[in-house]
Design a protein around this ligand. Structure first.
Ligand code: ZN
Length: 346
């Protein structure tokens, strides 16, 4: 197949950041996605409806003229999240709440230190119909970084799902065979997003022949058997898995550093790279479900009306992008060839 048309897709997990980043990140995603779920891990974290709505306005200001892109906003769960915070967020149109493991990723120090204390919050979320989005990793210093996702499932996620059978739970950016299996075997209220980097790469792509800081993200890339399990999961066409790029920029100096930040800025190539993966797997017929249907159906939102046509043509991702403040970001796949390109977008 040399060309494919899908319904207009959505990105169910990404980071726009704030300030000078928005003029770069918002148009990059709005170029081909109709909606995106925007993560709340800013400094300070977006921990109540008022902050989230103000953030949504800043995002909308950064949209290109005439764009119909819709940011879907999330609430950051902290140690001090109250039941009224959930109810007010729901009433304000906030789509979901995000649970970070304390210290697990960028700006996550405000996250709850003891998940047992979150039970009343999860109960209200279940009651009002607010999905729980989970960064599924433990952060105990003695747990090996490559095992943190599986330990989180065994220690916490099984129980959260069991105790709140009507709570919708999305395990974000899954990276292991165990996570793919957990989601496949869980109820209809449990789903997962999968990033392009976890489908395209494994830990060798980060560590062999020198450290590649721009392939460093969290949860970290795993061994190739896990990459294969994720590829098998998306190739199955299961409605449990959907597109969430986890596009997450940092300025170049924050990644190329003695202690580099986690995150891949994939917004300019994510849809194209997913298409490339589905093509490699010979399942281009499953792309529409993954990119444009499964997520909307899970969240109970209408599927989009427009379409996007991709054509099999090779192009090269730019080496760097300059932010409004003059500082560079290195995009995911910088300087590398991508074999699909967005041709028509209506
Ligand atoms: Zn993320």
């Amino acid at each position: 197949m040399k060309e494919i048309t899908i319904q207009k897709p959505d990105d169910w997990h990404l980071h726009f950041r704030d300030g000078d980043f928005l003029a770069e990140t918002v148009p990059a995603t709005a170029r081909c996605f109709q909606r995106a779920i925007v993560m709340p891990n800013l400094m300070p974290p977006m921990a109540n409806a008022e902050m989230v709505l103000a953030y949504r306005e800043r995002i909308k200001t950064a949209l290109p003229t005439g764009s119909h892109f819709e940011p879907l906003m999330t609430l950051y769960l902290t140690n001090s999240t109250g039941l009224d915070d959930i109810r007010q967020a729901k009433a304000a149109g906030v789509i979901a709440a995000k649970l970070y493991p304390a210290g697990g990723t960028t700006n996550s120090s405000a996250a709850p230190s003891d998940l047992a204390t979150m039970t009343p919050v999860f109960e209200v979320m279940q009651e009002v119909g607010m999905p729980l989005l989970v960064h599924g990793e433990v952060t105990d210093s003695h747990i090996d970084i490559f095992d943190r996702e599986k330990v989180f499932i065994d220690r916490y996620l099984q129980k959260i799902v069991q105790d709140h059978p009507y709570l919708k739970v999305v395990m974000e950016h899954i990276t292991t065979a165990e996570a793919a299996q957990f989601v496949a075997e869980a109820s209809e209220n449990v789903a997962a997003t999968i990033t392009p980097q976890h489908l395209l790469l494994n830990r060798n792509d980060m560590l062999v022949g020198g450290i590649r800081p721009h392939n460093f993200c969290l949860p970290v890339l795993k061994r190739n058997t896990h990459q294969e399990a994720l590829r098998t999961a998306v190739a199955s066409g299961s409605h449990k898995y959907f597109l969430g790029s986890d596009s997450a920029p940092h300025e170049k100096h924050q990644k190329e550093s003695a202690c580099g930040c986690a995150g891949c800025y994939s917004a300019w190539s994510a849809l194209e790279l997913y298409t490339q993966v589905f093509d490699e797997l010979n399942v281009l017929d499953k792309l529409n479900g993954f990119a444009s249907c499964h997520g909307a159906d899970f969240y109970g939102l209408p599927r989009n009306q427009g379409t996007v046509t991709l054509v099999k043509e090779t192009w090269t991702v730019p080496e760097e992008i300059i932010l409004l403040n003059g500082k560079p970001i290195i995009p995911f796949f910088a300087g590398q060839e991508v074999h699909w390109r967005v041709k028509i977008n209506d």
